[in-house]
Design a protein. Structure first.
Length: 507
């Protein structure tokens, strides 16, 4: 990524309030305003090359590189000033910096007053790392003052408080490490599809339970990470009921402690996404609306444009799948025309996983609506990007969906090599995957029989396997994004897919 691309992303991520603040600040400054002209170009245009060409043409004789460097520095200064008012971590950090300046200028009492304010804020907002830093800074200043009018008992008490905070911080760090390892395994190995794979996560579960049992710290941060860990584990091991319970507890915890949410509220977003995943896997689509409204609320928050765009992409993904799985194809089509179109126009500003899910949701809508050529266009975006998306779980769904799409398009020569490649990637020979096995068998039956009698006979040979898959909590996880069983039933019985999906949702 070159400097122009980096600046473009930075400017495009600004909120309206941030842009307004920057322009007001820049207009108050004297001197050359080439950096402001560059800012306006970056705000209006989307192509880095076009920005460079326009700047050099309109600002003849001005250095693009110098303007870019100055713009970056000024933008970061403005964002930090704004962050002081919005972010408690920045405010506490600034109080520590003020205390250092005051102490250096022989105003120790004023310095200690700033640290006292920083301590209260850090304690109130559960900022253990900053609280530890404030206490250590305070002890350093007191030592430099020869512990003026302080008893030994008070000094020991302050030191013990530092030790206690360190224990809390260590406990939180261990929680976070376990959660990150769990997420890494699930991202790169996928969710559990059998008891054996579920057991592979047991070392993390036992470590987390041991940590909870032996920790005296029961604050917000520890409870948040515990609930997030448990909910993530149960969702990805097929226990959707327990996952929903833990995610609800987590959301309630956030609701009771809104002042402790990060800005932007990343972990709250994880909780909402997790419960939407759980409801989809359990096929409880009606209850998704409440949590989708939570995403809509976040879209209206004063967060960075990048975060808001990611939330919009997430809401589009889950809302479109909710509508499709409920058989509401017309409503899903309207959603694609409105929100989906705006998101596709801003695709380069989205993260990789958001891009993949957006393309996948669009492909699922078109294949569900029988618009195979349009679905193939979305699939080209996914598979034409090399190995860009290979690490994400949704890519595995895309590959299976693509098998069905190619079958409908009549590209029968595509199957064998792709099936063998999928088998190698999922370790098929070591573990029987019933859903994949069903899909491989189904696409190999293409072209499907023309006569209804033959189709129904073929359907009878699939019915038992499909019912067994439907009862498996592990196999149903694979179908939360696209209901492959419903698709097969629809094609062989010639019942409209929306009717089969609606029946599955009601059942």
């Amino acid at each position: 990524m070159n400097k122009t691309e980096s600046l473009l992303i930075l400017v495009k991520s600004l909120t309206k309030a941030e842009k307004r603040y920057f322009r007001l600040w820049a207009n108050l400054q004297a001197g050359d305003k080439a950096y402001l002209a560059l800012f306006e170009l970056l705000d209006r245009l989307d192509a880095p090359q076009l920005v460079t060409e326009r700047f050099e043409r309109e600002q003849e004789g001005k250095s693009f590189e110098m303007a870019g460097k100055y713009l970056y520095r000024v933008l970061m200064d403005c964002l930090i000033r704004l962050r002081e008012k919005q972010d408690v971590q920045t405010e506490i950090g600034n109080r520590i910096a003020k205390a250092a300046i005051l102490f250096e200028r022989d105003l120790p009492e004023h310095a200690l007053d700033e640290l006292a304010k920083a301590k209260r804020q850090a304690a109130e907002h559960d900022q253990d790392l900053l609280l530890h830093l404030v206490h250590r800074t305070e002890l350093r200043y007191l030592s430099a003052m020869d512990f003026d009018r302080m008893s030994e008992r008070e000094l020991v008490s302050r030191q013990m408080r530092v030790n206690e905070i360190m224990k809390h911080t260590r406990s939180i760090n261990q929680h976070l490490q376990l959660y990150d390892i769990l997420r890494h395994r699930l991202i790169y190995k996928g969710y559990a599809r059998s008891e054996k794979q579920k057991e592979d996560l047991n070392d993390l579960v036992l470590s987390e339970l041991h940590l909870i049992a032996n920790s005296s710290y029961k604050g917000f941060e520890a409870e948040k990470l515990h609930l997030l860990f448990q909910a993530t584990y149960y969702l990805n091991s097929g226990s959707c009921g327990l996952a929903i319970r833990y995610y609800r507890e987590l959301i309630n915890l956030f609701e009771r402690n809104r002042h402790l949410m990060l800005n932007p509220p990343i972990y709250y977003l994880f909780a909402v996404r997790g419960i939407l995943d759980s409801l989809m896997a359990a096929r409880i689509y009606r209850e998704m609306s409440f949590f989708l409204s939570r995403l809509e609320e976040m879209e209206g928050g004063e967060y960075s444009a990048e975060f808001v765009l990611s939330v919009q992409a997430m809401r589009f993904y889950y809302l479109s799948l909710q509508l499709i799985h409920s058989g509401s194809f017309e409503a899903a089509g309207e959603l694609l025309k409105s929100l989906g179109g705006r998101l596709l126009a801003k695709l380069p500003l989205l993260g990789l996983e958001d891009r993949l899910k957006l393309h996948l949701a669009v492909a699922i809508y078109h294949i569900s609506a029988g618009e195979y050529a349009l679905s193939r266009r979305s699939m080209r975006h996914i598979f034409g990007s090399g190995k860009l998306y290979h690490a994400f779980p949704s890519f595995k769904i895309a590959r299976l969906l693509n098998l069905i799409l190619q079958a409908e398009l009549g590209n029968y020569d595509f199957f064998e090599n792709e099936i063998e490649a999928i088998k190698r990637d999922i370790g098929y020979e070591k573990q029987i995957y019933a859903t994949e096995k069903l899909i491989f068998r189904f696409v190999r039956n293409y072209p499907l029989p023309v006569y209804e009698k033959n189709r129904l006979k073929l359907w009878e040979s699939y019915r038992k396997d499909i019912r067994r898959i439907e009862k498996s909590k592990y196999e149903r996880l694979l179908q939360k994004t696209f209901n492959f069983a419903a698709w097969i039933e629809s094609k062989l019985t010639r019942r409209p897919l929306r009717d089969v999906l609606l029946e599955a949702a009601m059942g």
